[in-house]
Design a protein. Structure first.
Length: 375
């Protein structure tokens, strides 16, 4: 019996074969495109513009879960040095990528020399690295991010505040106080620092036994918060505890000389120095010569620029064991050591001390007495 072949079946089989061939070609094309995309991604990694620790599965997850990542990747590919493009890409890929990897990615971008960036822009990369490292609990990357950012922009109050919070959370209260005070200095005073940050500063000061200075910060906060109960209680607790050795009820009376500046005698670590009372200085500052006299060592490697009446000079932070002003005593006081020329004086008495007083002027007589808010 002869089997008859229906021409229509032949056409159907030919079409099926053709469609199958097209599907294979389509699959091969997709695989090739995906391979090229992954190759480009890892090539960016190799030249410092990508995350070297990211594996293929992570990339697949990114493409699968984030519908907007294609556009973000496209924007990044067009402008790989753009901070906004990186931040947009970060918003997508950080959903599926470990914070450790993201921290390393931002750090790699920060140190990469392939992109021309300002120091401020580069510092932002290190702060982003710090933020991801904090989420991952990676202390080494956190420290690297903070230190790298501060080296680039040592006058940024925001970065110093980030450093202060970092050290506070680690229990490194002395370094936290130093960073807080530098933030206050570069911001231009307590009034430019948020209430929450000043509250942390007061706590860090208490933990380093700087109770009188903590009281000064709380006095400022009482005004800012209109005597918020929590602040009020903290200030009264210090006064009642006797931890602050300042006899606030004993006023300090000073007589101004013929010039417009008020010079006062301050005793640091047993050495008497001539200081100008300067309400424009956020932190008490001493000259490098006076620091040598009282036997305090300071490192030029950790110096930072500060603005003075004579221009920008380098300064470092140190801690003096005792600082006496009149009959008042401060212990373990953080001060700045300036490389500038102080002329005939030894330093400036700043708001870190003066904020603890009401300052009244009557002609050439200056009276410093306990703040009413602390009573």
């Amino acid at each position: 019996m002869q089997l008859k072949i229906d021409p229509r079946n032949r056409v159907s089989r030919e079409n099926a074969s053709k469609n199958s061939f097209l599907e294979v070609r389509h699959f091969v094309f997709i695989a090739l495109v995906l391979t090229m995309a992954l190759s480009v991604w890892f090539l960016r990694c190799e030249i410092g513009l990508g995350n070297c620790s990211k594996n293929i599965e992570s990339v697949k997850i990114i493409y699968k879960k984030n519908s907007g990542v294609d556009e973000a990747l496209s924007s990044f590919d067009r402008t790989p040095c753009s901070l906004s493009a990186k931040e947009r890409l970060d918003s997508f890929i950080s959903i599926d990528v470990k914070s450790d990897d993201m921290a390393q990615l931002w750090f790699n971008w920060g140190v990469s020399e392939l992109c021309q960036m300002s120091q401020s822009e580069r510092a932002i990369h290190f702060i982003r690295s710090y933020q991801h490292a904090k989420a991952a609990g990676n202390l080494m990357l956190m420290q690297s991010g903070i230190e790298s950012a501060l080296k680039l922009v040592p006058t940024s109050p925001e970065i110093h505040l980030t450093a202060a919070n970092h050290y506070y959370n680690l229990g490194a209260n002395k370094k936290s106080v130093e960073s807080f005070k530098l933030a206050v200095y570069y911001a231009g005073g307590y009034q430019r620092i948020s209430i929450d940050q000043l509250w942390l500063l007061s706590k860090a000061l208490e933990k380093t036994q700087n109770n009188c200075e903590a009281l000064g910060v709380l006095n400022h906060l009482q005004i800012r918060t209109r005597r918020q109960p929590e602040v009020d209680v903290a200030a009264k607790d210090i006064l009642k505890s006797g931890k602050c050795e300042l006899p606030f009820d004993e006023a300090v009376v000073l007589q101004q000389t013929s010039n417009k500046k008020l010079s006062v005698s301050i005793v640091l670590n047993g050495m008497v120095g001539s200081f100008l009372l300067d309400t424009g200085a956020s932190i008490t500052t001493i000259s490098s010569e006076f620091a040598n006299k009282i036997g305090k060592k300071f490192s030029l490697n950790n110096s930072m620029p500060i603005q003075t009446a004579n221009g920008v000079v380098l300064a470092s932070t140190i801690t003096v064991e005792t600082l006496s002003f009149g009959s008042n005593l401060w212990k373990n006081q953080v001060v700045l050591v300036s490389q500038g020329d102080f002329g005939s004086i030894d330093g400036l008495l700043g708001l870190d001390i003066l904020s603890q007083y009401d300052i009244l002027k009557d002609g050439k007589t200056w009276t410093l007495k306990r703040l009413k808010e602390a009573q």
